[in-house]
Design a protein around this ligand. Structure first.
Ligand code: FAD
Length: 531
């Protein structure tokens, strides 16, 4: 018999996930865990079973746009792929957004929802993108005090009824920049008689353009330049017949990854829009959306890492080299152990932010924890995103040449991970945001949280703190901001991992904590050569 390689396989992605199960057993009350475990096991079954098979079968399908109908009408119709249509049905039925709003388990509902999203995401080719924005839009509208918009849109965003579900887009980035959105050129013109607004401008990256609604930024005519002069607007993208409401989809972007996500370039040509909250401060008013999408980014990062590690671990038992399975080769297992440690460390940080987010949503958060959440959201997003790219790259190598071949489905893991450090704020932009969020109070809170979790004041934190307090030159501080933010991120990841290992008694977590510490936490460079 000629040699035939057995491919990697996935089992139930909940039942096989030691990290998720041991984390949930630690943080959730036993009765809550036994109540929600059915939903998690079902999502784990789908994600490792039929959804995964559909994902592999759907690999070459991409969203399609038809710009004109047979009679010359501009329709800009977007057709999603079969995988995404199925994924939407599963997300709605299983409450991948709704769970956070039904609040069956108070603030821990957010943890439940994130666990569902974590299981669901890697088998859906980033259907997490529209769900993240939908979740963020629901949170933003609920906090806006705009009752008319809350009544109109939120029930659709958080429904479990398939035909009623809407997804939301987030149209911020323009040609002038996605980081410096204060440069936004889109103008909002108010009809002097009706008071209604229409938007005119171009949006340069708008993901999930299939969404029924979007939150966007525009400058009401007469407002000053810069971020303060922008207002937050609500847009319904299509009329009841499905025609775009003065929104032209110029084209779908041809991207490295996230290829199932229809990301469009738009022209807003008199698009009807409603103010969400006041005529200024749009950037501040859209912040709740970004906090949620950044949380989703972290959950997606750990989910993709987990998928890569699961496939690579399974393959190591099936691939023979030099007479034994790769799982018998110390160096291959050392490589996998490093990936597992990175993935578990990232997991605990992403879910810690989920816990804090849940408490902030139910109002059960102390001032100290609110300051911690403000600081940790950018730190978590940037740290986990970078880990996801590094882990995905190494996962591909664990498969040798097969990792580089498209129909294994593996290269997509790397391409899709690569978007995580770019959207929702790049690494550098979030590192600068970390500096913005840092003050005497938040630094004290961070230090005391880490000390409590780790059981000591870690040397890396001491080094980062002394660097931060010593540097008075703003340009030197900014130049080192990424290394500083990553050091804080890795420091709290290690502290969370140690805390989990000690409180849960999970021996593997302790092994991973030691490995993670050895891989390096402190990235501060004291005397970086100035140019
Ligand atoms: C697949 C995909 C989907 C997207 N979907 C959406 C969407 O739905 N809605 C939306 O609004 N946007 C979306 N984006 C856009 C995304 O948010 C932006 O690309 C991102 O914010 C960066 O903006 P930019 O591309 O204009 O880059 P720039 O802002 O030009 O940044 C270029 C470089 O400069 C660096 N930089 C910028 N400012 C600083 C600073 N102060 N200090 C140090 N370095 C800095 C950045 O880190 C980056 O490396 C999407 C992007 C992608 C790739």
């Amino acid at each position: 018999m000629p040699f035939q390689q057995t491919p990697p396989q996935l089992g139930n992605q909940y039942e096989d996930d030691r990290v998720l199960r041991s984390y949930l057993a630690r943080v959730l009350p036993a009765d809550m865990l036994s109540e929600i475990e059915v939903s998690l096991a079902e999502m784990g079954r789908l994600a490792g079973g039929e959804l995964y098979q559909l994902q592999l079968a759907d690999r070459l399908n991409e969203p399609r746009m038809t710009q004109w109908d047979a009679w010359g009408n501009r329709i800009d119709k977007i057709e999603l792929t079969p995988l995404w249509r199925v994924a939407e049905g599963i997300a709605v039925e299983h409450g991948v957004v709704a769970t956070a709003y039904e609040q069956k388990h108070g603030s821990l509902s957010r943890v439940h929802q994130c666990a569902l999203a974590y299981l669901f995401t890697p088998s859906t080719d980033i259907y997490s993108c529209p769900l993240a924005m939908t979740d963020g839009a629901a949170r933003t509208l609920l906090g806006s005090g705009n009752q008319a918009l809350i009544d109109r849109a939120v029930p659709h965003l958080i429904t479990r009824v398939a035909g009623q579900f809407w997804t939301a887009g987030q149209w911020m980035t323009e040609l002038t920049g996605g980081s410096d959105v204060g440069l936004t050129e889109t103008v909002a013109r108010q009809d002097p008689e009706s008071g209604a607004y229409r938007l005119y401008g171009r949006k340069w990256f708008t993901s999930a353009i299939s969404s029924q609604m979007a939150l966007t930024l525009a400058r009401p005519e007469g407002n000053p330049p810069g971020g303060r002069g922008l207002a937050l607007f609500y847009v319904e993208t299509r009329d009841p017949t499905g025609r775009p409401r003065n929104v032209e989809v110029n084209r779908l972007k041809d991207k490295l990854g996230t290829r199932k996500v229809p990301t469009a370039e738009l022209t807003l040509n008199g698009t009807p829009a409603q103010l969400v909250k006041g005529t200024t401060d749009g950037i501040r008013n859209i912040a709740p959306l970004l906090n949620i999408t950044r949380l989703w980014n972290g959950i997606s990062a750990v989910a993709l890492m987990r998928r890569g590690v699961a496939l690579a671990s399974d393959y190591s038992r099936k691939r023979i080299a030099f007479g034994v399975a790769l799982s018998e080769k110390p160096l291959h297992m050392d490589t996998l152990a490093g990936l597992e440690a990175e993935a578990e460390a990232a997991f605990h940080l992403a879910f810690y932010v989920a816990e804090l987010t849940g408490r902030s949503e139910t109002g059960e958060i102390s001032d100290d924890d609110a300051a911690l959440l403000r600081l940790l959201t950018p730190i978590m997003k940037l740290t986990t995103a970078k880990q996801a790219v590094a882990v995905a790259s190494e996962v591909l190598e664990c498969f040798g040449g097969a990792g580089y071949v498209e129909d294994t489905g593996l290269p997509m893991l790397l391409r899709d991970s690569q978007v995580l450090p770019i959207w929702e704020g790049t690494t550098n932009v979030l590192a600068v945001d970390t500096l913005r969020a840092l003050n005497e109070d938040s630094l004290r809170v961070f230090q005391s949280a880490v000390t409590k979790l780790a059981g000591n004041f870690p040397p890396a934190l001491d080094h980062a703190t002394s660097w931060y307090t010593r540097i008075s030159d703003r340009s030197v501080l900014e130049a080192g901001a990424r290394r500083f933010a990553l050091t804080l991120g890795r420091t709290i990841e290690l502290a969370l991992l140690l805390n989990h290992a000690r409180s849960s008694g999970d021996q593997q977590s302790m092994v991973n904590a030691r490995r993670f510490a050895a891989l390096g936490v402190d990235l501060i460079i004291d005397d970086y050569p100035q140019q």
